[in-house]
Design a protein around this ligand. Structure first.
Ligand SMILES: Cc1ncc(COP(=O)(O)OP(=O)(O)O)c(N)n1
Ligand code: 3NM
Length: 514
């Protein structure tokens, strides 16, 4: 099953088949590393013929998919395309980033090697998904063209991404002895335009210390413990700041408009027209088919899938459609409408959780609390009663960790989490509760953002919810809005591509990192 989740760069294995110990194989070493907690794998083969490279990459893809870990291909975009890998890593002497992006599109991860602040700026401005900062230290794995950076040089590069930060891993000479010093030593804290910024490496990229280890599982266990201990010591866990998220909203909106992803909805009869219009308004393309015959074909061209439980007709088709989208690597968004209201609906939710590859679950307070077994009252499809922040945070985090997906709980305050990072969004006009299906509209827009922003589904979800909420505030402030009827039309207007500029979003956003 393809990878659907947020990218965890924390323990990044870069392979080298020339370094595997005698009596072992590359695939065997990678499997042990995966068992030990590697979170992302890059296939790096410098001397292999294309045919052999593709054959090995396919085998590795089968393996990484079993562990739900993304597979990146070093340098070779042709190989990445041939095996439909999750992305590529390119160096300064490889294909230019803009060309790679044009070929691969925005659905794939592109990492770029950087060794100084100019390269860093160019990679960030050029739309890289992550940076490989190196070399930190001398290494016998590769002949270096530039002087190693040391911890100080890595820190300088991290600090240079002052107001635009993208995930960053360090590479070169990293082992169990120096990893902690690197993570602790390159941590920086500063204050940018009133926002406290904490920055640290998002991960360690390691070749020889893992691939040449007599037991990669134990080695990776030890790296994982070091990463956890430093996270605890620094009291952070790869949490992008509010400022970074706001930067991302601008990019995320633009990506939908550039890509016009198709979003397949199996949604409820009450909201189908509004869902389609909201999808169109943000720049995506809706298709509302419920017909099983065409679902595989649709999944091949879709950008994302919405499963909305409101009127629940053909549940088998919903599961099959989600699975088809999963096979094609499309994010699947579940809206468990009324999920806690009846025994039947609770059973359907359980079926989706076990059989559908869910990327994002978006529900109201009652639905999410019910799924997290923390109470949750519903009347029909409406949520009853308020949810205090502590309980909301605990519920979204627990559910996200349990199901390895993004969870969003919408209400007067919206909470979005991947289990490690949780955001609260205080925007949104109260008039939203007076139009039926406003929550379903949010789900459609979450799917649009997820379709076009696959490298970080948490940020995609936060961006989507912010956009709808701010659009509701802008709509309500208009002189021509007199009640729910005019508000509904105004909301679609404000979601429409040209009306809600990134600057308006940035000015109005009330977002908190919990
Ligand atoms: C995560 C990561 N960072 C840096 C590199 C180095 O890539 P590149 O500069 O292309 O050099 P080669 O790997 O091709 O020798 C990397 N591979 N991975
Ligand atoms: C592949 C690679 N790239 C580097 C860079 O500086 O960009 S250093 C490097 C090799 C890292 O190997 P090891 O973990 O065995 O030291």
């Amino acid at each position: 099953m393809p990878y659907h989740k947020c990218i965890d760069y924390s323990l990044y294995l870069v392979t080298d088949s020339t370094l595997v110990p005698e009596g072992t194989t590359l695939l065997g070493q990678v499997e042990k590393a995966l068992q030990g907690g590697v979170t992302i794998v890059q296939l790096r083969e410098k001397e292999m013929d294309t045919g052999d490279f593709i054959a090995l990459a396919l085998q590795l893809k089968t393996l990484t998919q079993q562990y739900k870990v993304p597979l990146i291909i070093n340098d070779r975009i042709d190989v990445a395309l041939a095996i439909d890998a999750d992305g590529v890593h390119i160096g300064q002497d490889d294909m230019p980033l803009a060309t790679a992006r044009r070929i691969l599109g925005h659905g794939k991860i592109i990492g770029v090697s950087v060794n100084n602040t100019d390269e860093t700026k160019a990679a960030v401005d050029g739309g890289a998904d992550y940076l490989g900062i190196g070399a930190v230290w001398f290494t016998s794995t590769k002949a270096l063209k530039k002087q190693p950076l040391g911890v100080e040089g890595v820190t300088r590069i991290l600090a240079s991404m002052k107001d635009r930060r993208i995930p960053s891993v360090a590479i070169g000479g990293i082992n169990l002895e120096n990893a902690e010093g690197l993570l602790m030593g390159s941590f920086i804290e500063d204050d940018i335009e009133g926002y406290p910024q904490r920055r640290r490496l998002d991960g360690l990229a390691v070749v020889s210390a893992i691939i040449a280890s007599p037991d990669p599982r134990i080695t990776c266990d030890q790296f994982t413990s070091i990463l956890a201990a430093t996270n605890k010591a620094l009291n952070i866990a790869n949490r992008p700041t509010v400022d970074h998220v706001l930067d991302h909203v601008e990019i995320a909106v633009q990506r939908i408009r550039d890509q016009t992803p198709m979003v397949h909805h199996i949604t409820n009869n009450v909201v189908i027209n509004d869902n389609a219009n909201a999808t169109l308004a943000v720049g995506a393309s809706p298709i509302m088919s419920q017909n099983r015959v065409e679902l595989e074909e649709l999944a091949a061209v879709n950008g994302a899938m919405v499963l909305n439980m409101g009127t629940l007709n053909d549940i088998d088709t919903m599961v099959l459609a989600a699975q088809a989208n999963g096979r094609h690597g499309n994010p699947v968004v579940l809206d468990p409408v009324g999920g806690g209201a009846t025994t039947f609906r609770k059973q359907v939710v359980q079926r989706f959780l076990s059989e559908a590859p869910l990327t994002i679950i978006k529900g109201n307070g009652g639905e999410i609390l019910s799924m997290a077994n923390r109470g949750g009252r519903s009347r029909g499809v409406d949520s009853l009663g308020g949810v205090d922040e502590e309980n909301a945070k605990a519920a979204v985090e627990a559910l996200a960790l349990q199901h390895k997906c993004i969870v969003a709980m919408t209400g007067p305050v919206d909470y979005v989490s991947d289990g490690r990072r949780t955001y609260a969004i205080d925007n949104g006009d109260p008039m939203l509760v007076n139009i039926t299906g406003s929550g379903c509209m949010v789900t459609s827009i979450v799917a649009c953002f997820a379709a076009a922003n696959r490298s970080d589904y948490l940020l995609a979800t936060v961006s989507a919810i912010l956009m709808v909420n701010i659009a509701s505030e802008v709509a309500m402030a208009r002189g021509d809005v007199r009640g729910p009827g005019t508000f509904r039309s105004a909301l679609i207007d404000e979601l429409y591509q040209t009306s809600l500029s990134p600057n308006v979003l940035r000015d109005k956003a009330r977002l908190r990192l919990l």
